[in-house]
Design a protein. Structure first.
Lengths: 111, 111
C-alpha cells in the first residue's frame, strides 16, 4: 500500500521568510495530493491540493509542486505570518482509496 | 450551512467499558472516515465507509467497530475500551475522489 514520508517534523522560520515542507510517496498510481493545516484544538482543514496531471498550483502565498517521476511533492509558503503557525499534513491517494497521511510538520513563525 | 459534527467533544471512561463516538454530516457525502491522532503518528485510519451498509477496516481497526445505517452518520464503537485507545478521534467525509472534510474531534481518555 501507499506510504507517505514527510519532512521536516518541525520547522521554525522568521516572519516574512518562506517555509518549505516536503513529502514523498511510494505508490506511482497515486493521483491526488492534498495539504491540510491543523490549528491547536481543531480538525485538519484543506489548504491546497494538486492532481497528477498538474505540476504546480498556487493560491496567494501558498503553492504546491509535484514531481511524479521522483514521487515527491512540496508545500511552499511565502511571506510567512504568525497565523501560519500550525501543524501541516500532506496526503496521497489513488482517488478510490482512503487518503494516506504523512506524520505532520509543526511550523512555528517567529515574529 | 452544511457541516460535520462530532459528539461528545471530550469523554473520560474506564477500562473495559463500551464507548460510542458519534459523527454526523449534512453534506450528503457518500464517504465517511474515522481517524485517530497520536503524537508522533499523525492521522491513522481506523474504519471507513463508502456508502450505506458498507464498512471497511483501516490501518488500526482492532478494538473498534462501525456501522452505516444512513448517509449522515458513522458512529465509532470501542467494544471494550483500553488505555491504548486514549487519543483524539477525528471523523471526516467526502464525495468520491474529492476533498475530505474533518470534524472538530473528540478527545477520549481511558483510565
Amino acid at each position: 500500500g501507499e506510504n507517505v514520508e514527510q519532512h521536516p517534523s518541525t520547522l521554525s522560520v522568521q516572519e516574512g521568510d518562506s517555509a518549505v515542507i516536503k513529502c514523498t510517496y511510494s505508490d506511482s498510481a497515486s493521483n491526488y495530493f492534498p495539504w491540510y493545516k491543523q490549528e491547536l484544538g481543531k480538525g485538519p482543514q484543506l489548504i491546497i491540493d494538486i492532481r497528477s496531471n498538474v505540476g504546480e498550483k498556487k493560491d496567494q502565498r501558498i503553492a504546491v509542486t509535484l514531481n511524479k517521476t521522483a514521487k515527491h511533492f512540496s508545500l511552499h509558503i511565502t511571506e510567512t505570518q504568525p497565523e501560519d503557525s500550525a501543524v501541516y499534513f500532506c496526503a496521497a491517494t489513488r482517488g478510490n482509496t482512503p487518503l494516506v497521511f504523512g506524520k505532520g510538520t509543526r511550523l512555528s513563525v517567529i515574529a | 450551512d452544511a457541516e460535520i459534527t462530532q459528539s461528545p467533544r471530550h469523554k473520560i471512561t474506564e477500562t473495559g467499558r463500551q464507548v460510542t463516538l458519534a459523527c454526523h454530516q449534512t453534506w450528503n457525502h457518500n464517504n465517511m472516515f474515522w481517524y485517530r491522532q497520536d503524537l508522533g503518528h499523525g492521522l491513522r485510519l481506523i474504519h471507513y465507509s463508502y456508502g450505506v451498509q458498507d464498512t471497511n477496516k483501516g490501518e488500526v481497526s482492532d478494538g473498534y467497530s462501525v456501522s452505516r445505517s444512513n448517509t449522515e452518520d458513522l458512529p465509532l464503537t470501542l467494544e471494550s475500551a483500553a488505555s491504548s485507545q486514549t487519543s483524539v478521534y477525528f471523523c471526516a467525509s467526502s464525495l468520491t475522489g474529492n476533498t475530505q472534510y474533518f470534524g472538530p474531534g473528540t478527545r477520549l481518555t481511558v483510565l
